[in-house]
Design a protein around this ligand. Structure first.
Ligand code: IPD
Length: 289
């Protein structure tokens, strides 16, 4: 089975090729760690809410990925989910080469043994996303996207759907961690608006990164969410853009990676349509600005 981004034509003149080539085997090895732990007994703690979970495996996988990358690229910066959750930790995207890592996206799925679980490694330089590597470890699907070089899943080029009509669309979303009544009312009213607009369906799979990979594959037409983080979005954004899709802010403006909200779609028309239906749920920003 072809499963590595390395199967694609060798890139020429990519200053970040070495970084991409380092990320791919790390994502695969992290995926092995997660697959092994998936069938074992798991303990979890909660973070910002009762639905925001962390396990020992999240921390082990993050330490593994970050320490390997730090050894290879000592001057680079890191934004990683579990380190960012530490009290006083800062989550700032500077102009320096920065790795943006989610060791297990779909931690709640992981805790329950539900198989939508992924490792996500994004890389940005001068605040521009250069590449993304996402490994859907239970399905052994490796998604990669490199700026200007296309997006692939197990060596197959990815292409988004060209759908522009919401009444023919399959839409993906995620609930986000807040569960207070006011937030849930807006979440449900957003769902209701899309269903009343006759979207074919709305799916929630419990992993933002994998939902975004389905969008990049053309298996869904749009995605929106309030409450996700930059590490849920960084790698997937490159993959979607390189598959021909658009990733924007829920206001319809340009994506703000730190704003904890997003609309993505195969076409700009679809993204703008979905954005028009959404009422905002405020989550603050990853960088605390
Ligand atoms: C979460 C999942 C979830 C989404 C949250 C994410 P985690 O990531 O992707 O589906 O609703 O917004 O933070 O905590 O499993 O890495």
């Amino acid at each position: 089975m072809r499963r590595s981004g390395e199967d694609e034509a060798a890139p020429t003149g990519d200053p970040w090729a070495e970084c991409f080539e380092a990320a791919v085997p790390l994502a695969l090895r992290a995926g092995q760690m997660i697959r092994k732990a998936l069938v074992e007994e798991k303990c979890f703690l909660t973070k910002t809410s009762a639905a925001d979970l962390v396990t020992e495996t999240d921390r082990l996988v993050e330490d593994f990925i970050v320490s390997e990358l730090r050894r290879q690229f000592p001057s680079h910066r890191f934004i990683a989910e579990e380190a960012a959750a530490a009290p006083g930790a800062k989550c700032v995207l500077t102009h320096s080469p920065t790795w943006i890592i989610d060791p297990i996206d779909g931690t709640c799925n992981f805790v329950h043994g539900f198989p939508a679980v992924a490792v996500s490694i994004g890389f940005a330089v001068h605040q521009e996303l250069e590449f993304g590597v996402i490994y859907h470890c239970t399905e052994e699907r490796l998604y990669t996207g490199r700026r200007g070089r296309g997006a692939f899943c197990n060596g197959q080029r990815l292409c988004v759907s060209g759908e522009t009509d919401l009444s023919k669309a399959l839409v993906l979303t995620e609930i986000g961690p807040k569960r207070d009544p006011a937030t849930l009312r807006v979440f449900l009213s957003n769902l209701e608006r899309l269903l009343l607009a006759k979207a074919h369906g709305v799916r929630v799979i419990g992993s933002s990164t994998l939902a975004l990979c389905h969008l990049a594959s053309g298996a869904a037409d749009a995605y929106y969410q309030f409450g996700l983080h930059c590490w849920d979005l960084a790698a997937a954004t490159v993959i979607i853009r390189e598959a021909g899709g658009v990733v924007i802010d829920t206001s319809g403006g340009p994506l703000d990676l730190m704003a904890r909200r997003v609309v993505a779609a195969g076409t700009r028309e679809m993204a703008m349509l979905v954005a028009q239906f959404l009422q905002v749920i405020s989550y603050g920003r990853d960088d605390g600005k």
